[in-house]
Design a protein around this ligand. Structure first.
Ligand SMILES: [Ca+2]
Ligand SMILES: [Ca+2]
Length: 495
């Protein structure tokens, strides 16, 4: 505790923010390509990926446009769409990257598709639209819980995080998808995308996958008992001791009572639907002595938030006091949280964080407020931490903003965090970044819905845009809209 000086009387670690991108429609992820260009790639749920340069500008031409293939709707909390992307660890040399998105086949069957694509041979800021190679498709029995995380582990393998298929309580099959190792849903999958398989699969099974010799299991399964992991990340490790390097952290969205954070282990059973957080969900499965599940490193109740968004362990340079903290949030409550590891026991404890007050965040460019719906977290090539949030969670509403974390209590010495990015050859028009968030004033972005139960009739995101008096007006009444958890469809329009 003593290393943190910027504490308020309540004992929380005060953070400030800077706004780095805006006008985004449900930005689901932001990635760097690890090719020393320090570009950022931001994906919108509708199926666009945009390139952002170091100077903050965005290229007018998208890196990728698969909006014609992607299945999604503007409905609040629709969990279908463009959901995941990962650059190959050797992207700099081979230009390969992977995407994860929802599709609809014959206007009926819904699936998630994982594909490989390549960058254009002529423009480093554009994907080759004809390069798509489908790696895997999985049928989705319901519109929600479509997973969507892709990442490469330090082992060079591609990890795919699927949801349990959807509805509530993992109802499919005898005991649900998540505990069924012959189903690809409700899993962490691990595949080798370098080279094709003798059996004709477009990928290989890593020989040490945990269930390769289990005839009742799919060989792709790396871990199971997953409900709907939404955002996972690989820990870069402590910059000096390398402690923690390679660990994969995930937020697994809960059902009715608890949200959780997990560290993924090979062959691990993460408990769902036997357990939700530390508690039993399905009593019969939970009391089965063979369950042998891995408990979360942290869980919080629905009094705190209702849909976890997994984050990152901070390993950047600019805010040295954040090193080792796992920073994550909640989509529904807008809460940002942090966990700290007790090195001797390996236990994780919550470290209270809050937005700094106006004085703390008074430095030019800093703000201390953000949009409520936290969709994703991200890190840049240098390891600095960001989150993506929107004021209005519809894939057609451009109220998504990217915020960067800054710890005002201790900054790295001048010059220490200087980067030497490789040049980026730009062929498209650059659109300069124009911040929209106001300077810190204590004003918080508010989101109001006009409710005419049970349907939300109209919602208004207002930041001075407009307000309206209405006796049905309620602020932040979202009990029947639980995006990334249990889907409820509503007719919603911006008023
Ligand atoms: Ca689904
Ligand atoms: Ca669990």
């Amino acid at each position: 505790m003593s290393t943190f000086c910027s504490m308020d009387p309540g004992g929380c670690l005060q953070l400030c923010l800077t706004e780095v991108a805006n006008n985004l429609r449900n930005p689901v992820l932001m990635l760097h390509s690890a090719d020393h260009t320090h570009r950022m790639f931001i994906a919108e749920q509708v199926g666009f990926v945009w390139v952002y340069l170091r100077d903050g500008s965005r290229l007018e031409r998208p890196f990728l446009d698969v909006s014609g293939e992607v299945m999604t709707t503007p409905w609040l909390g629709d969990e279908r769409g463009f959901l995941g992307m990962a650059f190959h660890p050797q992207y700099r040399h081979n230009g390969r990257f992977f995407i994860y998105y929802s599709i609809q086949v014959n206007s009926q069957v819904e699936k998630v598709r994982i594909s490989e694509m390549k960058v254009s041979a002529y423009d480093m800021n554009v994907a080759d639209p004809y390069s798509e190679r489908v790696i895997l498709e999985i049928e989705e029995p319901a519109a929600n819980h479509n997973g969507g995380q892709l990442l490469f582990g330090l082992d060079g393998y591609l990890y795919i995080f699927t949801g349990d298929g959807g509805k509530a309580g993992d109802p499919f099959g005898k005991y649900g998808n998540a505990q069924n190792k012959s189903a690809l849903l409700g899993k962490v999958l691990r595949i080798d995308v370098d080279g094709s398989d003798p059996d004709g699969r477009p990928y290989r099974i890593p020989p040490d996958n945990p269930f390769v010799s289990d005839p009742g299991a799919r060989p792709e399964v790396f871990a199971y008992g997953v409900r709907n992991m939404w955002r996972c990340s690989v820990d870069r490790g402590d910059p000096v001791s390398r402690h923690g390097r390679g660990r994969i952290f995930c937020g697994d969205v809960g059902q009715n009572r608890y949200e959780e954070v997990d560290i993924i282990e090979k062959g691990g059973n993460y408990g769902w639907r036997a357990k939700e957080g530390f508690e039993c969900y399905d009593l019969k499965l939970c009391q089965n002595s063979s369950l042998n599940d891995i408990l979360p490193i942290f869980a919080y109740s629905h009094h705190v938030g209702k849909s976890v968004t997994g984050g990152f362990v901070y390993r950047g340079c600019e805010s040295p006091n954040l090193n080792g903290l796992y920073i994550f949030g909640d989509f529904m409550s807008g809460r940002i949280m942090a966990l700290e590891e007790e090195k001797t026991t390996g236990m994780w404890k919550e470290r209270p964080v809050c937005m700094g007050d106006t004085k703390t965040c008074s430095f030019p460019g800093l703000i201390n407020h953000y949009h409520k719906f936290i969709i994703s977290f991200a890190e840049d090539e240098a390891g600095e931490l960001y989150f993506l949030a929107t004021a209005y969670p519809s894939s057609s509403s451009p109220f998504g903003t990217v915020f960067k974390f800054m710890d005002p209590s201790r900054r790295a010495p001048p010059g220490k965090c200087k980067q030497k990015p490789l040049p980026v050859k730009v062929k498209a028009k650059k659109i300069p970044f124009v911040p929209r968030e106001r300077k810190s004033t204590g004003f918080t972005f508010t989101f109001t819905c006009f409710l005419s139960p049970p349907l939300v009739r109209s919602c208004s995101a207002f930041n001075g845009l407009h307000t309206r008096r209405n006796k049905h007006r309620r602020t932040l009444a979202f009990h029947n809209i639980t995006p990334f958890k249990t889907l409820a469809f509503h007719n919603v329009s911006l008023s």
